[in-house]
Design a protein around this ligand. Structure first.
Ligand SMILES: [Zn+2]
Length: 63
């Protein structure tokens, strides 16, 4: 018999057709895990710094 640990609460989950939410122990744990994953995905970093685009050729030639 194969068992796995629920990624959310570490409960033992039997890996067979009787565990429709495997590797999670329940639908709730699955939704919790997906929710955390989604919220992390939403944490996208801001736009890259535009410092490199602020070149000023005139001031460079004046030196
Ligand atoms: Zn669980």
């Amino acid at each position: 018999m194969t068992t796995v640990s629920c990624p959310t609460c570490q409960a033992r989950v039997i890996w067979n057709e009787q565990s429709p939410w495997r590797p999670f122990c329940s639908e709730r744990c699955k939704l919790i895990d997906l929710g955390e994953w989604a919220s992390e995905g939403h944490r996208i970093p801001g736009p890259p710094a535009l410092d490199g685009l602020e070149e000023n050729p005139e001031s460079e030639s004046n030196h």
